[in-house]
Design a protein around this ligand. Sequence first.
Ligand SMILES: Cc1cc2nc3c(=O)[nH]c(=O)nc-3n(C[C@H](O)[C@H](O)[C@H](O)COP(=O)(O)OP(=O)(O)OC[C@H]3O[C@@H](n4cnc5c(N)ncnc54)[C@H](O)[C@@H]3O)c2cc1C
Ligand code: FES
Length: 293
Amino acid sequence: MTTQISAKSNAPGIFRSTVISNRKLNPNCFLMRLMLEETKTASLPAASAGQFVMLRLSNSVFPFLPRPFGIMQVHKSKPFGACIYDILYQIAGTGTRFMSTLKPGYVMQAFGPLGNGFTINTGVNTHVIIAGGIGIAGVFMLVRELSKKQDANNTIHLFYGAKTARDAVLLKELKKFKINTLLSTDDGSAGQKGFVTDIYRNFSAKIKGKRTVQVYACGPDVMLNEVMNVAKNYSHLCQISLDRRMACGIGVCRGCVCKTKSPDKSPEFMYSTVCKDGPVFDMNSLTNTKNEV
Ligand SMILES: Cc1cc2nc3c(=O)[nH]c(=O)nc-3n(C[C@H](O)[C@H](O)[C@H](O)COP(=O)(O)OP(=O)(O)OC[C@H]3O[C@@H](n4cnc5c(N)ncnc54)[C@H](O)[C@@H]3O)c2cc1C
Ligand code: FES
């Protein structure tokens, strides 16, 4: 049995969002706090874990297209009022480099909440959240929601992989959720040396046949592919959040498609939009995570 995290209406809207702070966590990663101005249709406070916003960074032609960012957390939630929300981002190119220069008071346009987020599975007793790199932003809200459900029967685990100790962010904040959190770094400068999928594989071997497991993963495609391999191997349920370049965010331009299995297997596959049908997909609905078109 599965249940949605939020039953509140969260149809997307367009909002003025003012930068409150833009904190550098390491040379490539920033935590941006934004205030969404009061509006009669504000639905962002009802955003569920794994949903995202499209940020139109400026009114000029540069950068032309809005950029998608996971809603990391929403601080103040009133049905039709102002709210404060956080975006965790890393510098990837022109848009995010521009973002890193923004100062408090700068106003942007946000469109969201968009997409289908994670669905908490209440039919299992073990929840495993796997984040790779900036993928921690996409699961942060889920970690918060799931940590509230932890009890003697339900165990919650976060496996977080980063390149180096410097790249592992928000560790203090994650500690507050009091769930089993295991960190890996590629160079061993913090946590276990190796890939986060090694932690997941070892954990799966240990609990084999003893627990029912739902995995929720967000990170680079190479990590997601390995997560799905392990999940299939151990018969775990698995939801993954895909990351694709986006233009419209609402399923119109079809610039973000991924191959999914067609329900009746004829044709063999179909194209689903990551922005509207995803970004979170059940592993069993995907053919693979590659951006093949
Ligand atoms: C649903 C969703 C949620 C996301 N959430 C976050 C988040 O919380 N934090 C975060 O830092 N990033 C997130 N991203 C990725 C983020 O949108 C891109 O890094 C950003 O749009 C890059 O913009 P840019 O102008 O800086 O880069 P560009 O100058 O446009 O591109 C620079 C490089 O990044 C690559 N790139 C651009 N966009 C993407 C993308 N979407 N996926 C993979 N590679 C890309 C380009 O191919 C190019 O190599 C998310 C993406 C999606 C689809
Ligand atoms: S971004 Fe346009 S269809 Fe997904």
